[in-house]
Design a protein around this ligand. Structure first.
Ligand code: PLP
Length: 414
């Protein structure tokens, strides 16, 4: 787990109001370099950063410089990628339930289009035309062939083609003139068990071998999806990129033999998750049936604890070494009882005005924010490599909140 140096927190507090998310550019770059080095042993490796994890163009630009592409699934995400200088096949468009105009935009950008359903082949043809390169998203369903280790319940997931549809899909695309084919799946999430990540690769490699055998279609690239986990709890251990890469390489050589597809991933969380923090101030302390610490941040700034019961490590600035002998619920101000960052968390004694750091908010943090209850999303800050702190997104104001309303019409409204 990465800690934000106290000096940096104080510097940021000097200049910016809480709450804010703050990211560390140097750590993001170092991790990206390590990621690329480890997985670079795989042919043609590239990670398409999942834009939904941290949709900020400053971050996308940093990642582009470190050799990453962008995994997008909506028009605004495609636009963000383009603004950050990520274009053409450095964009993977992995959408579902896709509107026609998004297929059009993706095709125009020259992005790799990853189709989620059989019916999208005709839909794409009608609305945007079939590109020369198409990727298909596979959902293995209940299959456990070859002793693959697949967790979760793909059969309950809305994504992807069934196995039979996948074969039909490649045949149909071949008939329609497609020359280059990709295969994609995404069946793990926040996974710390390296075996399951390697298991996904094994499963896909077996499909590639079967596609070659049954259809004589050579898959040019395989996208293993995202889903590499991060240790949100201090006692958890990070995965080893090297061990995963070596496991995938071994399976590649054993299963694919003469086939040489490129290997892609679309990790988001593992790339930026540990290098972001939500910094908030304690507004009120409340003692009723339990002890509550009320922050100036709410689930509008970080939803994961409220919606998944996700754990985020919490520290109190200047009190890290004090005995953690107080039990608190750490809450926001939303009128929803699940607006809690932590429940029954042992922390040092907290006072009003204390600064709280919520860890690992660099992915699926600010991005999931929303405006329910009139809550506004916070600013995002970036610690540059030279130590300076810049604002890469300002906080929302009430003007932003009201931007979609026309109060002049309200005056005439009877
Ligand atoms: C959310 C998502 C990702 C990124 O997942 P992480 O857990 O952030 O790695 C990648 N691909 C697809 C299709 C997704 O929906």
């Amino acid at each position: 787990m990465k800690y934000l140096p106290e000096q940096k927190i104080l510097e940021a507090l000097n200049e910016f109001n809480t709450p804010f998310h703050i990211y560390d550019e140097k750590l993001i770059r170092e991790n990206a370099v390590q990621f690329k080095k480890a997985f670079g042993i795989l042919p043609g490796f590239r990670n398409y950063f999942a834009v939904k994890a941290l949709p900020n163009p400053f971050i996308l630009k940093v990642l582009e410089e470190e050799g990453m592409g962008a995994d997008c699934s909506s028009l605004p995400e495609l636009m963000l990628a383009e603004k950050a200088g990520i274009t053409g096949e450095n964009i993977m468009f992995s959408s579902n339930d896709t509107p026609a105009e998004e297929f059009k935009a993706a095709k125009k950008l020259g992005a790799i289009i990853n189709l989620d359903d059989m019916s999208h082949i005709e839909f794409l043809e009608k609305n945007a035309g079939i590109p020369r390169c198409v990727c298909l998203r596979y959902n293995p369903g209940k299959s456990r062939e070859g002793g693959n280790l697949i967790i979760g319940k793909p059969a309950e997931a809305k994504y992807g083609f069934t196995k039979e549809q996948l074969f039909e899909g490649y045949m149909l695309l071949k008939k329609k003139g497609v020359k280059r084919f990709g295969l994609h799946t995404m069946i793990v999430s926040n996974e710390l068990n390296e075996k399951y990540i390697i298991g996904t690769a094994i499963m896909l490699f077996e499909v590639i071998a079967e596609v070659k055998k049954r259809l004589d279609v050579a898959i040019e690239f395989v996208n293993l999806g995202g889903g590499i986990g991060i240790p949100y709890r201090p006692e958890q251990k990070a995965v080893s990129y090297e061990r995963i890469a070596n496991g995938i390489k071994k399976a590649y050589e054993e299963i694919l033999v003469n086939l040489k597809p490129k290997i892609f991933m679309e990790c988001g969380r593992a790339i930026t998750g540990p290098y972001g923090w939500l910094v908030a101030r304690v507004r009120h302390i409340k003692h009723t049936y339990k002890d509550y610490v009320g922050l100036d941040a709410s689930m509008a700034n970080l939803m994961r604890p409220a919606i998944y019961g996700a754990h985020h490590h919490i520290t109190v600035v200047g009190k890290e070494k004090k005995p953690h002998n107080h039990r608190y619920d750490v809450t926001g101000s939303l009128c929803e009882n699940n607006d809690k960052f932590a429940i029954d968390r042992m922390l040092p004694e907290i006072r009003e005005g204390d600064v709280i750091v919520i860890h690992d908010t660099g992915a699926h943090g600010h991005a999931m924010g929303f405006n329910y209850n009139g809550k506004l999303r916070s600013a995002e800050l970036l610690i540059r490599e030279d130590g300076s702190i810049i604002e890469i997104r300002r906080a929302e104001t009430t003007d932003d909140y009201f931007a979609t309303l026309d109060f002049n019409r309200l005056k005439k409204f009877k």
